[in-house]
Design a protein around this ligand. Structure first.
Ligand code: GLC
Length: 649
């Protein structure tokens, strides 16, 4: 820390930040900013000090200027939102919160078009809309927009920055918060920083990891995994223009940023305040695990990642405390939990993180009709900080990697490699008797990994059932989908519905004919919204109608279940029946026990497992009383029950 570092003072009047008061016309505005600076400034200094040390004494002052500017530019409406959020810090944890994830063009053509479908989102009870990457990407292949060429411009065919803020405003008026991707790990090679680095500008070369020879890249490669072993093997790309090797974890056109350079940090603070001031309420921190590199490690989850997130969050709390962070860290549970803030970082990192394990276990149990591995994985999962929440999901835009640890598998009496192989076989449809239609994504001959692409409905058997015109198989596929959604909606966290899943949308193989997508089969589950299909959503006899109604029933029930507030966690109980997942939520507001049958057969469940918790039970999904008088109850094929004390909401 530089010697002139302001120290925290309990007395605003004596605050060393007071000298900043002259930057404000309005005393109340000044108070707000100075109080926040006093509250979060130390966090900012401490985390930046830990990352950058004494190297840049002017960093903090430059940062302060950027924050002041960001605060001055923040529209009044958003400043009001900041105050509202400070009064409701658990806004993302509430049982009423539901997310929807969509591609702007594929959902509605343009940003303006999205505004025309707010009614649809409201029918589902959406309170959070993640619009997939929409900032200016590079042309041609761009990893679904995750290769950003300009963070301050919108993809022109979708609209303009003005359209984005107009939409954010309109969404907010309808109780919907806008979530955008913030790609922190890399930029497109067409981004101005990369172009200037290519042209030889030292300042910008220092924004990236660029090497003269292969010596350092080779040294790093020894311990680095490959994210896209198939279409982008290795982690470095030779750049002809600068004659240097550039770190490119993902595709060759995505240049990893060098966060060890404080200029990169400053750039992103400015980008984030810019976007927050246009109405973005949640930043999805894309590939956050990768932003810090360290020799002899896999260069993921390094301590600096958390320090930097903490600094970014503290900066945003000063300018725009309404904004929340969602960590996209698809990493092992023990590493994942750190993204929600543990130990010294408790309460200071992301507000939310994807629960990748839950998603993987859903599909795993669906294939095996056995929940014992699911139970083990959840029992071994480290506890979540009470102020944070999970993003829970059945499917998303990415492939499914079988993130099942050998240790969990062994404890559950299975083999890690064997089970992962089974799941790849099952979901690619190769396994005898499989109901799934999926595609293998990124076969890695070195590790044997075969990830899977495919829409939820196709993976759950609907595609095969429909092709065969088999009504019974169609019924089962729909029940499977509703089962998976019941688990996520009943888990506690923000359920993230992936566009089209509410209509049981099938795989779309037309990506194969599009040169920008053909090599990446994740596009099979990223089809355009089929509004004709959506038009059938209230037809109770149609497949989309049955899916939509089933989902709405669950969503409707969830809203009235205070035990689903995310401040407490779901507990897993060892189930007396290996096909039935048994979860409990003990919240001061009430207890909820959930039973989920992962098999296509009826299952018996002993009432004695439930009677210690309830005198009279009611299933909150159907609203029906559930008798615990008999020695057992029977669960329908893929049946699900959310049990609460009867007579209680
Ligand atoms: C995230 C995205 C994925 C993308 C990657 C690189 O994992 O979800 O789609 O390929 O980041 O940006």
């Amino acid at each position: 820390m530089p010697d002139d570092a302001p120290s925290v003072s309990p007395q605003a009047a004596e605050s060393p930040f007071e000298r900043l008061r002259t930057a404000f016309d309005d005393d109340r505005d000044a108070d707000t900013f100075l109080l926040r600076l006093e509250r979060y400034g130390p966090d900012l200094r401490e985390s930046l000090g830990a990352v950058y040390g004494e190297a840049t004494p002017d960093l903090y002052l430059r940062l302060q200027d950027a924050l002041l500017l960001g605060y001055h530019e923040r529209p009044a409406e958003l400043k009001r939102l900041d105050e509202a959020r400070l009064l409701r810090p658990d806004w993302l944890q509430q049982e009423t919160m539901l997310g929807y994830v969509a591609y702007t063009d594929r959902f509605a053509g343009t940003l303006k078009g999205v505004g025309e479908h707010l009614g649809y989102l409201q029918e589902l009870g959406v309170g959070y809309l993640h619009l997939m990457p929409l900032l200016m990407p590079r042309e041609g292949e761009n990893d679904g927009g995750y290769a950003v060429a300009d963070y301050r411009a919108v993809r022109p065919d979708l609209g303009s920055m003005q359209h984005l803020s107009d939409l954010a405003h309109e969404l907010r008026a309808h109780g919907i918060s806008l979530c955008l991707d913030l790609v922190l790990n890399h930029v497109a090679q067409e981004h101005e920083w990369a172009r200037r680095a290519q042209a030889g500008e030292a300042k910008y070369q220092a924004y990236f990891h660029m090497f003269e020879g292969r010596e350092e890249p080779d040294a790093y490669e020894r311990t680095l995994p490959e994210v896209f072993p198939d279409f982008a093997p290795g982690n470095f790309t030779f750049d002809e223009a600068s004659r240097k090797w550039v770190w490119t974890t993902f595709n060759t056109y995505q240049w990893d940023l060098n966060w060890a350079n404080p200029e990169v940090f400053l750039e992103f603070v400015e980008i984030m305040t810019y976007l927050a001031n246009r109405g973005v309420e949640i930043f999805r921190l894309d590939a956050i695990a990768f932003i810090w590199k360290r020799l002899e490690t896999n260069s993921q989850n390094q301590p600096e990642v958390h320090l930097l997130t903490r600094a970014l969050r503290a900066a945003l709390r000063i300018v725009a405390p309404a904004v929340a962070f969602k960590a996209e860290a698809i990493v092992a549970p023990a590493d994942l939990i750190s993204y929600l803030g543990r130990s010294a970082h408790h309460g200071k990192l992301s507000d939310m993180a994807y629960h990748n394990s839950l998603m993987v276990q859903l599909w795993s149990s669906l294939a095996s009709r056995d929940v014992r591995l699911f139970e083990t994985a959840l029992l071994n999962f480290p506890p979540k900080p009470s102020t944070s929440t999970w993003g829970v999901y059945v499917r998303c835009h990415d492939d499914i990697g079988w993130a099942i640890s050998d240790q969990d598998a062994a404890q559950a009496g299975s083999s890690g490699p064997g089970h992962r192989q089974f799941l790849s076989d099952f979901y690619s449809g190769e396994y005898p008797g499989s109901f799934a239609s999926g595609l293998v994504f990124q076969y890695n001959p070195r590790t044997g990994d075969r990830r899977i692409s495919g829409s939820a409905a196709s993976l759950a058997g609907l595609e095969r059932a429909q092709a065969l015109g088999d009504d019974a198989a169609t019924d089962l596929a729909l029940e499977r989908l509703l089962l998976l959604h019941a688990v996520t909606l009943g888990f506690g966290g923000v359920p993230l519905l992936y566009m089209g899943d509410e209509l049981a949308t099938l795989n779309d193989y037309s990506f194969e004919g599009d040169p920008a997508h053909a090599s990446d089969n994740r596009w099979v589950h990223r089809p355009a919204m089929n509004w004709n299909r959506a038009a059938e959503r209230f037809d109770p006899g149609s497949v989309p109608g049955r899916m939509f109604a089933g989902l709405r029933e669950l969503i409707g029930a969830r809203k009235h279940l205070p035990p689903l507030h995310a401040s407490v966690e779901s507990e897993v109980y060892r189930s007396p029946n290996p096909a039935v997942l048994f979860l409990a939520r003990h919240h001061p507001a009430g207890t909820m026990l959930a039973l989920y049958n992962f098999s296509e057969n009826e299952q018996i469940f002993p009432s004695t497992a439930l009677t210690p918790h309830f005198q009279h039970a009611r299933d909150a999904i159907s609203g029906q009383a559930v008798s615990l008088d008999a020695s057992s109850l029977t669960l329908a094929p893929y049946g699900r029950l959310w049990l609460v004390e009867a007579g209680r909401a």
